[in-house]
Each structure stands twice: as structure tokens, then as C-alpha cells.
Design a protein around this ligand. Structure first.
Ligand SMILES: NC(=O)c1ccc[n+]([C@@H]2O[C@H](COP(=O)([O-])OP(=O)(O)OC[C@H]3O[C@@H](n4cnc5c(N)ncnc54)[C@H](O)[C@@H]3O)[C@@H](O)[C@H]2O)c1
Ligand SMILES: [Zn+2]
Length: 368
């Protein structure tokens, strides 16, 4: 097991990553957070609970109150939040109650948001069960829900009191979800940690076979990268922006495909390829670095094919939430292990990058 410390101006806590944490969860929470309160709530979703509920409950002397969120992004809404808050109130949740978010990033974001606003804020713990949730969404304290007008438009910063990332739980994760999540680790390597990138290049077989040691290494290192960035820039005023490598184009791809075709990590994989092309053209990475990074992404592929018009993708990059005052921001790798934010990407540069990416993605743009 590895322990990663988060230390921001507003919160200090540990993230634990290792195999078999679930079976000993209750004493681990007590050690990290203090004695369990009278009312403990678990937010999860039915498919996860069916697989792992028994293991989850095995370490609790008093069974917690279990709340269910319907699976799927379309339930990450204020309507779900309203329903769950009322269930908590009816079950006697008070200021001293503890909420445990047990699931993927959707459960984590909604659970954290419930904890942020119930009685103006209660304590919560994250027990992420997808690769993406372990390396990304459970780290950094961003919580919230979607609006029909856009993803993650409502939310807050509310840090958990501790995070327990049990690698064994990933044993039941569909392969596609695993690979998509791994794109965030590739991203971590590209922007901040060339040793992680090298490890992922050299051990792709073990990682994809879910070898516990290899997974622990990739997960703990990715968490350490993100925690390090969050520690220095809690509220995304500067450095934290670099975590968005590949995300401007990635979000545009998700939006252009109606959020139905691509998993988030897959969109980020293609988005990174577009941005690598941009960086290559600008000379912030060399031709050989470009080839190496593109190959690393494909090692964890294949990414799903795309059949989109470049104009549509380019237009969709304008709607990214991270744009301030209409300025289109891009994170570009600088060599391997560093990155910077640029705001002066010309339409022609972006167009070329998107066309390159769509050509790799097998798009037949000639007759569309
Ligand atoms: N807060 C943040 O900083 C942050 C960062 C990145 C992403 N996010 C959010 O995370 C969400 C995506 O999270 P996700 O990719 O984990 O998706 P998800 O929560 O939908 O989980 C993916 C799928 O895997 C299933 N699943 C979860 N754990 C499993 C397990 N152990 N075994 C088998 N199946 C399992 C789920 O039921 C679901 O069908 C998005 O809403 C995104 O906005 C938040
Ligand atoms: Zn992401």
C-alpha cells in the first residue's frame, strides 16, 4: 500500500492506494478520520453494490445506511441530489454524520456534492472503484453535478477526509473502462512524470493484465502527480490547468458525439493526439518525442474510431468550460514530463491538429 498526502490551504488528508483495503475499511476509516459517528451513509450504485457490497459491509460492526444513485451520467443531476438529500434527512443524518462515496467518478462527484451541501457540509470519505475515479476524480476535492446546459456546471470544492483506492476492486471493471482511465495516467506521465511514462511504456502488458503490483505503481504515481499539482494550486488558478492536457479537444469530441460514443478517457486519448500534433508543429516537442508519445497512447488502445467533420470538432472546442472570456486555452506538452498553457492557438493550427487526429481515427471526411 502507498500513502499520498494532500496538503492544501483548506484541507490535509491521506490517500491510500493498495490491494484489499475494502475488507478492512471500517478500522481504516477510524484510524484516518476518528471514531465512526452514529450515522454512517454509503452512496453507491446498484451494479457496484451487487459486486462489492458484501466485502464492503464485512468490516462494519453497525451496518451503514445505503443510498443508491442510478448508474449513468444522466443521473448526475440536481434531481438526484434533491432526492438523496431528502433520504438522508429522513434517515436522521446530522452534522456529525459521515458519508462514504463508494463507486466510480459519478458516485464520487455526487457523493462529495451531497457532503458539501447537506447542513452546509459534512465529512465524507471516497472509496473510488474505477481506475479513473482512483487516479483522477477522487483527488482534488472537485464535486458537483451536470445541468442540461452542460457538464459539471454546478458544484463546489469539498475535500474528503480520506481516500481509499482498493486496487482489487478494479478486478471487475470492464476492460474498456480500465483502458479509458489509463489515458489519464498517460497524461500524468506526459505533463509531469517521465518515469511514470517510461514505466507505462515498459509494463503495458502487466498493467493491462491488472497485475496488482504494476497497477499499484501506476495508480499511486498518478495520484501523487495530481495531488502535487492540487497542493500547489487548489482552486485551479494556474498550475492545475495543466491537468487538462488533451481535454479541450477531448470535451469537443464528447460533445460532438452526444456523450454516447466515447468514454471520457477515450476522448482525452484522441484529444492528446491532436494536441501532440499542435505541440510538434510549434516545436515544444520534437518529432521523435511526438512519435514516442503517440505510440504510448496507442499501447493502451485501440481508441474507438471516429467519423466526424473537422469543422464540427473545431467549432465545439469553443464551448469548453475552462475557457475564460472566449479565449481558447490549450495545454501543450513541453518535452516529456512538462507542460504549459497557451492562449494564442490560431484557427489554422487547431484545424490542422484536428484533421491529423481524425485521419488517425479512421474518419472518412472526404465525402461528408
Ligand atoms: N471531480 C473531478 O475532479 C473529476 C475528474 C474527472 C472526472 N470526473 C467525473 O467522473 C465521472 C466519470 O467517472 P467514471 O469514469 O468512474 O464513470 P462511472 O462512475 O460512470 O463508472 C463507469 C462504469 O463502471 C461501473 N463500475 C464502477 N466500478 C466498478 C467496478 N469496480 N467493477 C465493475 N464495474 C464498475 C459503473 O457502474 C459504471 O457503469 C464523470 O461524471 C466526470 O465528470 C470528475
Ligand atoms: Zn479527464
Amino acid at each position: 500500500m502507498q500513502t499520498i498526502r494532500v496538503e492544501t490551504p483548506s484541507a490535509e488528508y491521506d490517500i491510500f492506494a493498495g490491494s484489499g483495503l475494502l475488507e478492512t475499511l471500517a478500522p481504516r476509516i477510524e484510524r484516518a478520520v476518528g471514531k465512526l459517528p452514529r450515522r454512517v451513509f454509503v452512496l453507491t450504485s446498484a451494479p457496484i453494490w451487487a459486486l462489492w457490497g458484501e466485502a464492503f459491509l464485512s468490516s462494519f460492526a453497525d451496518a451503514p445506511v445505503v443510498l443508491f444513485l442510478e448508474p449513468g451520467e444522466k443521473h448526475k443531476t440536481m434531481a438526484s441530489v434533491d432526492k438523496l438529500l431528502r433520504q438522508m434527512a429522513r434517515a436522521g443524518a446530522d452534522r456529525g454524520s459521515l458519508l462514504i462515496a463508494f463507486g466510480g467518478g459519478i458516485v464520487g462527484d455526487v457523493g462529495g456534492f451531497l457532503a458539501a451541501i447537506y447542513m452546509r457540509g459534512i465529512s465524507y470519505v471516497q472509496v473510488p472503484t474505477t481506475f479513473l475515479a482512483q487516479v483522477d476524480s477522487s483527488v482534488g476535492g472537485k464535486v458537483g453535478v451536470n445541468l442540461p446546459e452542460g457538464k459539471n456546471l454546478v458544484g463546489n470544492f469539498h475535500h474528503p477526509r480520506a481516500v481509499f483506492a482498493d486496487i482489487a476492486v478494479l478486478g471487475t471493471l470492464p476492460e474498456r473502462e480500465l483502458k479509458a482511465g489509463l489515458m489519464e495516467s498517460i497524461k500524468a506521465g506526459i505533463i509531469r512524470d517521465r518515469t511514470l511514462l517510461r514505466f507505462m511504456e515498459e509494463h503495458a502488458d502487466q498493467v493491462l493484465a491488472r497485475d496488482a503490483k504494476a497497477l499499484e505503481k501506476v495508480i499511486a504515481t498518478s495520484i501523487r502527480m495530481k495531488a502535487g499539482v492540487v497542493n500547489r494550486d487548489e482552486h485551479e488558478n494556474g498550475l492545475r490547468m495543466i491537468l487538462n492536457l488533451g481535454h479541450t479537444v477531448g470535451h469537443a469530441l464528447e460533445q460532438s458525439t452526444g456523450y454516447k460514443v466515447l468514454l471520457h478517457g477515450e476522448a482525452v486519448g484522441w484529444g492528446m493526439i491532436a494536441v501532440l500534433h499542435l505541440a510538434r508543429q510549434r516545436g515544444t516537442i520534437s518529432a521523435s518525442q511526438f512519435a514516442r508519445l503517440e505510440k504510448a497512447i496507442h499501447l493502451y488502445g485501440p481508441l474507438p474510431p471516429l467519423n466526424l467533420r473537422p469543422e464540427k470538432v473545431v467549432a465545439a472546442t469553443g464551448g469548453d468550460k475552462k475557457n475564460v472570456g472566449g479565449v481558447r486555452r490549450f495545454v501543450l506538452p513541453v518535452g516529456i514530463g512538462d507542460a504549459g498553457v497557451v492562449e494564442d492557438v490560431a484557427p489554422s493550427e487547431l484545424d490542422a491538429a484536428v484533421r491529423y487526429m481524425l485521419a488517425q481515427a479512421g474518419a472518412n471526411t472526404a465525402n461528408r
